[in-house]
Design a protein around this ligand. Structure first.
Ligand code: NAG
Ligand code: NAG
Ligand code: NAG
Ligand code: NAG
Ligand code: NAG
Ligand code: NAG
Length: 231
């Protein structure tokens, strides 16, 4: 066993270490699924949505694999009847399509909680809470059985006379959650307000990092190999 270990190339060890680190990072479930006990119920709105989307229920979340990236992410979040008085952080659910916050004694939710939730298309809230971003951020706002339903997130980039026209020249507007948008530089532009033209200096930025990693790995490999040789 000992001999086998000492002959392992350090580079291989580094690779294994990195793989383990990556795997453990991938396997941790977001905290938002454990904000309260229980799991997504079969009969609930999120439960039915999850079943029809071929999702996997874990705690209060519904996960589904993204075909393009291969990652699993939260598509539905059911925090109904959770005794939540405050909702401040729904991190990990940024790609959710549906969020249920009904039957909670919530007083107030800041719009910024949903910043970045650009896929969000259906939100269920206690009746007295306004839809995130206000009524103008949704196609349809309804009050039903003591709940407020916010349906169909509006694209802030596609509204005449909206702030989105404030995206600087050479930049593209993209939705960034109810009532939010984001400006990103168009191809070939970068820097403050997308004023600099030319390709992003990838080599200058990442070059030294790659070079130092290669040098360090080589150094480790050479020094460790010397120790092994006399065996
Ligand atoms: C939920 O529904 C699925 C299929 O409709 C069923 O297989 C499963 O047993 C149900 N789970 C519970 C806890 O009722
Ligand atoms: C993902 O791919 C599977 C088959 O590989 C397909 O059945 C499913 O509909 C796809 N889902 C989406 C959201 O495109
Ligand atoms: C909410 O949860 C409580 C216990 O946690 C349960 O007794 C009650 O029936 C639930 N209400 C609904 C509408 O599911
Ligand atoms: C709701 O939040 C805003 C800002 O976060 C605060 O000013 C206001 O007092 C809150 N309202 C209640 C009823 O807590
Ligand atoms: C949003 O729409 C609902 C339902 O149509 C209405 O009751 C509510 O007063 C509106 N809120 C605002 C801030 O306009
Ligand atoms: C933009 O808005 C128009 C009408 O308001 C709608 O028909 C169109 O589908 C929208 N486009 C996008 C990309 O949301």
């Amino acid at each position: 066993m000992k001999a086998w270990c000492s002959q392992l190339k350090p580079a291989l060890l580094i690779l294994i270490f990195n793989l383990c680190f990556y795997a453990s990072f991938q396997l941790t479930e977001p905290q938002v699924c454990e904000l309260c006990g229980g799991a997504v119920l079969n009969g609930s709105v999120v439960g039915q949505f999850c079943a029809s989307s071929a999702g996997r229920v874990h705690g209060r979340c519904c996960f589904r694999n993204d075909n393009t990236s291969g990652h699993e992410h939260i598509i539905g979040l059911d925090l109904s009847n959770c005794s939540l008085a405050r909702v401040e952080d729904l991190q990990g659910a940024t790609e959710a399509l549906m969020i249920d916050l009904s039957l909670n004694p919530i007083i107030n939710i800041s719009d910024t909680v949903f910043q970045g939730f650009s896929e969000l298309n259906y939100v269920i809230l206690p009746q007295k809470i306004d839809c995130p971003g206000g009524n103008s951020s949704w196609e349809k706002v309804e009050v039903k059985a003591g709940n407020r339903l916010c349906e169909g997130q509006k694209d802030m980039c596609n509204q005449t006379g909206q702030l989105s026209s404030e995206c600087p020249e050479n930049s593209l507007c993209a939705p960034y959650g109810p009532g939010f948008f984001q400006c990103s530089c168009a191809d070939n532009y970068h820097g403050y307000k997308c004023l600099r033209e030319g390709t992003f200096p990838t080599l200058q930025v990442f070059g030294p990092l790659v070079a130092s990693t290669v040098v360090l790995s080589l150094l480790l490999w050479v020094t460790q190999r010397r120790k092994v040789k006399p065996l």
